[in-house]
Design a protein around this ligand. Structure first.
Ligand code: MG
Length: 358
């Protein structure tokens, strides 16, 4: 088995702003695993702000290391992925997730079955995904919320005008609203803001306070009438016992935990701690998001809108029907290059996007 990597430059439809900053594009890597005439593909896509310590350069360096320990039989999934975990005990999770996805794709193709079947999952049990409204003026966010054709919206907060934002959005949208502060609030602010948001009908709150402030999370949860979900505070299975008494649920992302295998581990550990589970994504193409979607029958909440935010998604795989996740039923991940005139390459260029204003 051998690996090839190539650059995957994704351009966003509009600048994507959260409390930590603005993203115009994602610099991801495509991972290919070749064996016996078949190719499995995966996507390594970190948090673009470098929040979890990964960049395209660190991922490429890790993948070069991983290529040395792949083994010769893709069916030995545990052996291969455990070897990656041994190579790097901590971190490099987005790089690992690219290999993990490619391996499951390869095994599914070898067996002629979709990845969800490898995990014994029912494709009819997928949840409805939220669609994210990123930070802008309250008026613009409300305009986007009104235009969005999704029954669940995730509203990015962590601004000076959070309550005004939700009020404006609620005035034009009957959607289920989830809010995500991306660690921007102090515990006291969080308690006050969440309380003030109650009249607008909020389903849950994601990562209200700083990732390491577990006491703060616990305090906010104690005062909140709606579930609190940890995202930045919970990356791997080892984090779950630490956050379990502080929150109602966790947001699992393949790029945080290292791929499908580790995500399944997290799901079982989280269930043992009676936690709700959200399945999320970084800004990534239909390749990484389809991989995550194969596990969506196991979770309570899905936030898998990555491809919907892109100008140039090079792949097709998972699709959405009024937000409901529809899994491809082809072998492996069921992802293939998007057929579009003039888009014959799997990677496209960033171009002038970075010069656009936010
Ligand atoms: Mg989040």
């Amino acid at each position: 088995m051998y690996m090839r990597t190539s650059q995957l430059d994704l351009e966003l439809r509009r600048p994507f702003t959260i409390s930590r900053g603005t993203q115009h594009y994602a610099r991801n890597l495509q991972v290919e695993l070749h064996h016996d005439g078949r190719t499995g593909i995966g996507e390594a896509g970190p948090d673009s702000s470098g929040y979890y310590g990964e960049t395209r350069e660190t991922m490429q360096a890790a993948l070069d290391e991983f290529s040395l320990v792949l083994g010769d039989d893709p069916m030995f999934i545990e052996d291969t992925l455990a070897a990656l975990d041994r190579r790097f005990h901590h971190g490099n999770s987005a790089a690992k997730s690219g290999v993990d996805m490619a391996l499951y794709d390869l095994v599914g193709k070898s067996l002629g079955i979709p990845v969800y079947r490898l995990f014994g999952l029912n494709p009819a049990a997928t949840p409805v995904s939220s669609f994210t409204i990123s930070i802008d003026s309250p008026k613009e966010m409300a305009r986007q919320a009104a235009a969005a054709r999704y029954p669940i919206l995730k509203i990015k907060l962590g601004t000076a005008r959070d309550i005004e934002i939700v009020a404006e959005i609620r005035a034009v949208s009957q959607a289920i609203l989830r809010v995500d502060a991306n660690a921007a609030w102090s515990p006291k602010e969080a308690i006050n803001i969440i309380d003030a948001l109650m009249p607008y009908g909020i389903e849950l709150v994601e990562q209200p306070v700083a990732a390491e402030d577990l006491d703060g999370l616990m305090l906010v949860r104690k005062h909140s009438q709606v579930p609190i979900i940890a995202d930045e505070s919970c990356c791997t299975a080892a984090d779950i016992p630490k956050v379990a008494s502080c929150v109602d649920g966790i947001n699992i992302k393949l790029a945080k935990c290292g791929g499908l295998r580790n995500a399944v581990k997290m799901i079982h550990v989280a269930r043992a701690h009676h936690l709700k589970i959200m399945l999320g994504c970084m800004v990534s193409s239909s390749l990484a998001v389809t991989a995550a979607a194969h596990l969506s029958p196991l979770v309570d909440f899905a936030d898998l809108d990555g491809p919907l935010l892109l100008q140039n998604d090079p792949f097709e795989g998972v699709s959405f029907q009024e937000g409901r996740i529809l899994l491809p039923n082809k072998p492996g991940l069921g992802v293939r290059p998007r057929e579009e005139p003039g888009k014959d390459e799997s990677s496209t260029t960033i171009g002038e996007v970075s010069t656009r204003g936010a």
